[in-house]
Design a protein around this ligand. Sequence first.
Ligand code: ZN
Ligand code: ZN
Length: 175
Amino acid sequence: MDELVRAERAERVDLAARGIKVSGDGKAPLVLSVLDSERHILTMIKRLEVQACYWLGLTALEGAEPAQRIGRLIGLLGRLDVHEPWIEYVAAESGRLARRAARAMGDVEPITRFTARCPLCRARSLRALPERELVVCANGGCVEACAMPSCVCLSAGRHIWRYGDAALAELRDTA
Ligand SMILES: [Zn+2]
Ligand SMILES: [Zn+2]
């Protein structure tokens, strides 16, 4: 199972990387508010426990500490594993929270530069965030080049693609 997950993950990464040349390992710190992260993580741990209990027909802990909720979730993993979407959700969400905690504690998220031009603004400003399987454009003017009125970039301040996005596959020809 682990092998399969790793292989699928590698394939997704490969999809995005196909035809895109990586130049150096340009790493840069991502500034996040520690307090915001803490509040978010505590809220989501509680939500995760409530969700797991709902699926299993159990009652969520009343007024419990985050450590107790995490302990309970760990104890429930065996039962959540019988239903693939459940365990996948818990794995993805806990991984996301762990990464966010690591960032807030000062870990630097690895960032990779591309040589290809951004498909929107044409600047050589693409950066990959392999842990989150995202590609972002670092050019501040790029948002104006995005023609999608409901795009997440309008609030995020930069355009974001998921690995495997068709727009990135086209970069092969522009690299
Ligand atoms: Zn751009
Ligand atoms: Zn956009």
